[in-house]
Write a new protein. Structure first.
Length: 507
């Protein structure tokens, strides 16, 4: 796990760094430190500031104040090329190389060795082979990169970064698309780079991987530095508490009455061993009419991936879906809508609202798709729908023709809810329904969820807020590192139990 030979010289130091965007303080006087020959895991939830910090350290963003030093030299607000030349390289989750070029060409792209003004192919291939061999990667560098698996492409991307910048390597979600064997190969390479004195910043959502490969852990929350901890001295439950800003001792027991189901009743939707490589391991869930299935887990646990498989946005590799006991296959999301499913996505601004359209036009979209464009809703029908949900959901807008982009975040979220309510679904999947809304709107949305259950609708609700999951759930499916690890029912539906379950090792 951790190397006893880790060098103690600090290679990268960030002090009092701040960065603001209009209306958002992305980083507030944060600090960060990386040593030579160290793997530092950088952790935090959505909006924690991880991506902003990395972009400031690599020259993508200009920071507002503070300092960034590499080997004692200031690099704050230098260009990306200058910072790369001085020794920092980033490898992203999506391999941003060119699959139709050879491995050697990708490694030396833009820096090819020349002879008499032309590319020296022999020398380039030789250099590439030597570089990869030194990293225990034995492949044919004259073959196209696209001929190799994603794991090999990722390692080639790392090799390019090491060759360009041999001081600090930032790995941004490098294991997201890899299976366990491929992750093992990557970790062998990372340990070798450590031994060579390279400092590695490891950004991931997989906690078990953090404990397997990292020496220290830095946690950010809401744009602020929470702390840096020795991995061996930080229990997972404490790490989760730092990330969420919540101690395990806070019980968080729900006070609402659970919606019980009749013994032997058939779930509205059953998923049996449904999964997809690179997204989520095969798992089974049941969603009953008149109940809310909460999905708990940290960011990156596989929550949204599960929702997309159930709704037909992604096609599973394994397993089957049953509606009221009958097997069904969704070719796409339209099939799911026609079968009585509805899905409110997490990113409402990108996947939800269409900002330039009116409140009314946004509301009727899903119903129009369900009916088919040959049966266009009349203006009168659209007005009836808009007025109904503006009233019932207490949407604050001057009129239904107002562009939805002009509404507050909470009211935009209610418009998306109205869109799906208009289709009269049997199952509603809500992904982060209260994210980015104010306290008042959050309370109203939670009340709506409970009322829908009372009316007999089946709901699946995903939330990063563990207290929320506990508050609205009749059962909780717990995900970790893209695996289902538990299902909580009855008296186990508490924040304390949910946190401790997430912190458990995956067997």
């Amino acid at each position: 796990m951790n190397s006893n030979t880790m060098k103690s010289n600090t290679i990268l130091t960030v002090s009092q760094l701040s960065k603001a965007f209009p209306g958002v303080k992305a980083l507030s006087n944060v600090q960060f430190e990386l040593k030579e020959g160290e793997v530092m895991a950088l952790l935090g939830g959505n909006g924690a500031g991880k991506s902003t910090l990395i972009k400031c350290m690599t020259g993508v963003y200009t920071s507002d104040s503070g300092s960034i030093e590499l080997a004692g030299e200031s690099i704050r607000n230098l260009s990306t090329d200058s910072i790369q030349e001085k020794g920092i390289s980033t490898v992203h989750q999506e391999v941003n190389l060119i699959p139709t070029l050879t491995v050697a060409e990708n490694i030396f792209l833009g820096r090819q060795p020349l002879r008499f003004g032309r590319i020296d192919w022999t020398k380039m291939n030789e250099y590439a082979q030597q570089l990869l061999s030194s990293m225990n990667i034995n492949i044919d560098v004259t073959r196209n990169l696209g001929d190799y698996a994603i794991a090999i492409q990722q390692m080639v991307s790392i090799a390019r970064g090491v060759n360009m910048s041999a001081k600090v390597l930032i790995l941004d979600e490098p294991t997201a698309s890899l299976d366990s064997q491929e992750v093992g190969q990557l970790f062998v390479l990372m340990r070798q780079l450590k031994e060579n004195g390279i400092g590695i910043i490891f950004v991931t959502h997989f906690l078990d991987q953090v404990y397997e490969i990292s020496d220290r852990i830095t946690v950010f929350r809401n744009g602020q530095f929470v702390g840096a901890y020795q991995t061996t001295e930080l229990p997972q439950i404490d790490l989760i508490g730092h990330m969420l800003g919540k101690a395990l001792s806070e019980n968080g027991k729900t006070s609402k009455e659970l919606h019980e189901i009749a013994e032997g009743s058939v779930p509205y939707l059953s998923a049996r061993n449904i999964g997809k490589k690179g997204m989520i391991s095969p798992c089974s869930v049941e969603i009953h009419s008149g109940q809310t299935l909460g999905v708990g887990g940290l960011l990156g646990a596989g929550r949204t991936e599960l929702a997309k498989l159930l709704f037909g946005i992604e096609k599973p590799d394994t397993g089957e879906i049953l509606i009221e006991g009958q097997p069904i296959k969704f070719s796409n999301a339209f099939d799911a809508i026609r079968s009585g499913l509805a899905f409110c996505p997490e990113n409402r601004k990108v996947e939800g609202i269409i900002g330039e359209l009116s409140v009314m036009e946004n509301m009727i979209l899903a119903l129009q798709v369900k009916q088919g464009w040959a049966r266009a809703l009349s203006r009168k029908q659209q007005k009836v729908i808009a007025k109904k949900y503006i009233c019932s959901l207490n949407i604050l807008t001057s009129d239904y023709d107002k562009p939805v982009k002009d509404l507050s975040g909470g009211n935009q979220q209610k418009v998306i809810l109205a869109r799906w309510f208009a289709t009269k679904p049997y199952l509603l999947i809500l992904d982060e329904p209260t994210q980015g809304v104010d306290v008042g709107a959050k309370s109203e949305i939670l009340q709506i969820i409970n009322e829908l259950c009372e009316q007999g609708m089946a709901l699946m609700v995903i939330s990063s807020e563990l207290d929320e999951v506990v508050e609205f759930s009749d059962r909780i499916t717990v995900l970790k590192d893209r695996q289902k690890i538990a299902e909580l029912t009855g008296d186990d539906i508490t924040t304390k139990k949910l946190m401790s379950t997430i912190a458990e090792e995956i067997s």
